[in-house]
Design a protein around this ligand. Structure first.
Ligand SMILES: Nc1ncnc2c1ncn2[C@@H]1O[C@H](COP(=O)(O)OP(=O)(O)OP(=O)(O)O)[C@@H](O)[C@H]1O
Ligand SMILES: [Mg+2]
Length: 370
């Protein structure tokens, strides 16, 4: 029977669980800052998956083989060697550092084990917002004008190169870690203050980019090559945010204001937009997918500039896949709008990867007794 290794990082339930899960490594930050010293404090493990998501993915994979859990802790190489899976289904965000998302795929590649999703290069590229934007810009895929700030001394040169308002972001984070309303800078003085705070808090470069005033969308993409296809677009409905908040789908909107008990009506899917705009967004999303070398699946954030042109905000080759519809996870939501259920979404990634490797995966006809 096919053995499917399942690589993931599980969010700790409590602070005492943190050291055993990460084997001492800070999860995603490059600094040794403790959660308590963080700007928000709450975002240390925002990228990792919950027990519920992990169980849902495992369940979705099970019709295609025996699923072997391989938590992506420091002993992953030994676990992988012992488990000898035919393929690894990878959703591991990694333990830390700017290449953290590529560690598990790189280990799989090194040991010759097929794995789902993008390769180490694409994962590292897309986790560097500046490098990803360089690739897009070189290939004429629209993305906001930006400046990279590596040290406090470089903030000054960024201050007069961009049109305001400017938005600043840590270069290597995801799940809106370090992206709050405070990152919206209306003046060079705001930029100086916020860039300085982010540089010291996240211990990594910051990008300052021109703030796009238009509507925002996210676009799920499934498959590879000619078969890559976009899912129905998700529009971000900023009217759902609390009064007087900025039109930003950042940390507050994702993790503070939107809770399962009181879900924000933040998404409209399929987005109600005219056909030419829809086609333009889909085109730019597919272009970004191909230019950065994404495989099997991804979610691409797009925002409209002042001239009405869709621009790429970022590419997520390890998309969020929360199973509970109340939790407002974009890719499962977009899939549902296309008539693709949660299990089928997970399986589509597995099957796209298997096809790349020429691996025949057969669905089991009936549940196998334990
Ligand atoms: N240049 C910009 N102009 C306007 N809004 C922006 C810009 N950059 C980021 N934003 C806002 O901030 C949000 C978060 O930014 P971004 O998608 O880059 O961060 P992220 O934390 O990596 O997101 P994810 O949770 O999708 O991984 C965007 O969804 C958008 O609302
Ligand atoms: Mg995003």
């Amino acid at each position: 029977m096919t053995r499917i290794g399942f690589a993931y990082n599980q969010k700790p339930n409590s602070p005492t669980e943190i050291s055993s899960r990460s084997s001492g490594a800070s999860s995603t930050s490059l600094s040794n800052a403790s959660p308590a010293s963080s700007l928000s404090g709450a975002d240390e493990f925002a990228e990792w998956d919950s027990a519920e998501t992990i169980a849902a993915v495992e369940n979705a994979l099970s019709p295609y083989g025996e699923v072997v859990r391989l938590e992506a802790t420091a002993d992953f190489p030994e676990k992988l060697r012992d488990a000898r899976p035919d393929i690894v289904f990878n959703i591991a965000e990694g333990l830390g550092g700017p290449n953290r998302e590529s560690h598990i795929p790189a280990i799989c590649e090194f040991t010759g084990v097929p794995y789902t999703g993008s390769d180490p290069f694409t994962l590292t590229l897309c986790l560097d917002k500046a490098r990803a934007k360089e690739s897009l810009a070189f290939n004429r895929v629209p993305t906001p004008k930006f400046v990279v700030i590596r040290t406090p001394a470089q903030i000054g040169r960024a201050m007069d190169r961009l049109k305001y308002p400017v938005f600043v972001k840590p270069v290597h984070e995801g799940s809106s870690k370090g992206i709050t309303e405070a990152n919206y800078c209306q003046t060079p003085t705001d930029l100086m203050a916020r860039a300085q705070a982010l540089l010291s808090e996240y211990d990594q470069p910051v990008i300052a980019e021109e703030f796009l005033p238009g509507a925002e969308f996210t676009c799920g993409v499934l498959g590879n090559g000619e078969k890559a296809r976009v899912l129905p677009l998700v529009a971000i409905n900023f009217d759902a945010l609390p009064e007087n908040s900025l039109p930003i789908y950042g940390f507050e909107a994702k993790w503070i204001w939107d809770v399962p008990e009181r879900p924000l009506q933040i998404f409209e899917c399929p987005a109600k937009i005219d056909a030419p705009l829809q086609r333009a967004i889909e085109r730019v999303a597919l272009d970004a997918y191909q230019v950065t070398g994404c495989r099997d699946w991804a979610r691409i954030d797009v925002r409209i500039d002042s001239a009405g042109v869709p621009n790429i905000i970022e590419i997520n080759p390890l998309p969020g896949i929360l199973p509970n519809p109340e939790e407002n996870s974009c890719l499962p939501k977009a899939a549902r709008a296309a008539g693709i259920g949660y299990d089928e979404l997970i399986q589509s990634c597995l099957l796209a990867a298997a096809e790349r490797y020429g691996l025949a995966l057969a669905r089991r006809h009936s549940p196998v007794a334990a």
